[in-house]
Write a protein that binds this ligand. Structure first.
Ligand SMILES: Cc1cc2nc3c(=O)[nH]c(=O)nc-3n(C[C@H](O)[C@H](O)[C@H](O)COP(=O)(O)OP(=O)(O)OC[C@H]3O[C@@H](n4cnc5c(N)ncnc54)[C@H](O)[C@@H]3O)c2cc1C
Length: 406
């Protein structure tokens, strides 16, 4: 029998999914001294998370990245600060603005490529390994596809996975499902989910605007769905245009110039037009939630626990708050040894997350439904609502809090 090319000794924690959430979580846990193994289905160095998308990180998420030493010079250079957010109505009047002044004078957040986030995680992981003083460690096993897991009588959990066509197993005290919206761990644990398909798909690409973006992020409500124009590094913008599923084939069939013209038209020429578009990628959108986020020696988080519409750019920011709170829940208060799979700690963590889920998921869903109405006069109502929002402190404050990620 050949020895597998990974450390088969007992782990503290096994994370299934080494994407944006699994990656940050593993690094955060190793900083606290835990020995962690990531089982990631994609080839070494890759993940479905680290594709061509860019992510808007709220100011709170950006500060959390900093606390985890993820913001080295390379990462900071790869990010674009958001100076202002404008929520606008495509066809009619109405606008609400959130500026630095709403965030104690600092940038509202940063836009960064998912690939740059992936690279930042790997660099931080390696820097941690290189320091002899550090206790915790992350082992990445790739490509490793989760098959099943089984809690044991000895306080361990056995995790079976496919590695290069062979079934392998590892044991730990806690398994964490960070394997995304179609989570296999969640399915194997027989957790029932609530899925609401929006009947919408997001088309994503980047482009060069004719006029400088000045760090302004636009959320533009169009008849078919919201269009996000996010300021990106090197003077580019990230374009996330949500449309009805039925309209996607025709939009995907347009050549680059025709698609750029359509975008410019719905965006009302605000940045003078777009050129140098990258190929479009399509993401069908649903809201996925579940009530039961733990089981024996298991916790489910990130997109495996809640997949959101990207209208408010909240999905990953919400996931990062899962990471922050779980890491805190597993921390020892008085230097005593902690069992990371302790049911009470896991329950405490989940109970602490529910309010944030309700607020963030609720507001995101309200935005989608409220601004996707395609009935006569809806554009005028949207415009009026946006104008009101700018003047009504309580509603605007909710939007500001959502944007800042607090
Ligand atoms: C168009 C779009 C734009 C978005 N923009 C923003 C934004 O601006 N701001 C924001 O906060 N959020 C945004 N989001 C949300 C954000 O992308 C997600 O919240 C985030 O990617 C969730 O990360 P995750 O690691 O939980 O899941 P995923 O990214 O899905 O990663 C899951 C990982 O698990 C692995 N995996 C899956 N199954 C298995 C298995 N059986 N065995 C082993 N590994 C497995 C996958 O290979 C993958 O690496 C956006 C989403 C979309 C669709």
């Amino acid at each position: 029998m050949t020895t597998p090319p990974f450390d088969t000794r007992e782990q503290d924690i096994i994370i299934v999914g080494g994407g944006m959430v699994g990656g940050v979580l593993a690094h955060a846990l190793q900083c606290e001294g835990w020995r962690v193994t990531i089982l990631e289905g994609a080839e070494a160095g890759a993940s479905l998370s680290f594709d061509h998308r860019l992510t808007a990180l709220s100011d709170a998420s950006w500060r959390y990245f900093d606390a985890l030493n993820l913001l080295d010079e390379t990462t900071v250079r790869a990010a674009q600060a958001i100076e202002e957010v404008r929520v606008v109505n495509a066809t009619n009047f109405g606008m609400t603005r959130i500026t630095r002044a709403n965030n104690e004078g600092v940038a509202l957040g940063h836009v960064i490529a998912n690939r740059a986030i992936g690279a930042a995680i790997l660099r931080a992981e390696q820097a941690h390994h290189a320091s002899v003083h550090n206790q915790g460690a992350v082992q990445r096993v790739q490509p490793a596809r989760y098959i099943n897991h089984q809690p044991q009588a000895n306080g361990r959990v056995q995790v079976m996975f496919d590695f290069h066509g062979k079934t392998q197993q590892l044991s730990a005290r806690l398994i964490i499902a960070a394997d995304g919206a179609a989570s296999s761990v969640r399915a194997a644990s027989k957790k029932s989910i609530d899925t609401k398909a929006y009947g919408q798909t997001a088309l994503v690409c980047t482009a060069k605007p004719a006029q400088p973006h000045h760090g302004v992020a636009f959320e533009c409500f169009t008849k078919s769905g919201p269009l996000a124009v996010l300021p990106a590094p090197a003077g580019r913008v990230s374009l996330v245009w949500v449309n009805r599923d039925a309209d996607i084939p025709a939009l995907m069939a347009l050549d680059e110039a025709a698609y750029a013209t359509q975008l410019d038209a719905v965006f009302r020429h605000r940045l003078g037009g777009f050129s140098e578009l990258t190929p479009r990628a399509a993401y069908p959108l649903s809201l996925i939630t579940l009530d039961d986020l733990t089981a024996e020696r298991l916790v489910i988080l990130g997109n495996a626990a809640h997949a959101l519409h990207p209208v408010a750019g909240q999905g990953f920011n919400l996931c990062l708050r899962d990471v922050r709170d779980l890491v805190a829940a597993l921390r020892s208060d008085r230097g005593e040894a902690v069992d990371p799979g302790d049911a009470q700690r896991l329950r405490h963590y989940v109970e602490g997350r529910l309010d944030d889920y309700r607020r963030t998921i609720g507001l995101t869903d309200q935005l989608v439904r409220g601004f996707s109405l395609d009935i006569p006069g809806a554009g005028a109502v949207r415009g009026a609502l946006l104008s009101l929002t700018d003047g009504l402190a309580p509603i605007k404050n909710r939007l500001v809090r959502l944007t800042r990620g607090v």
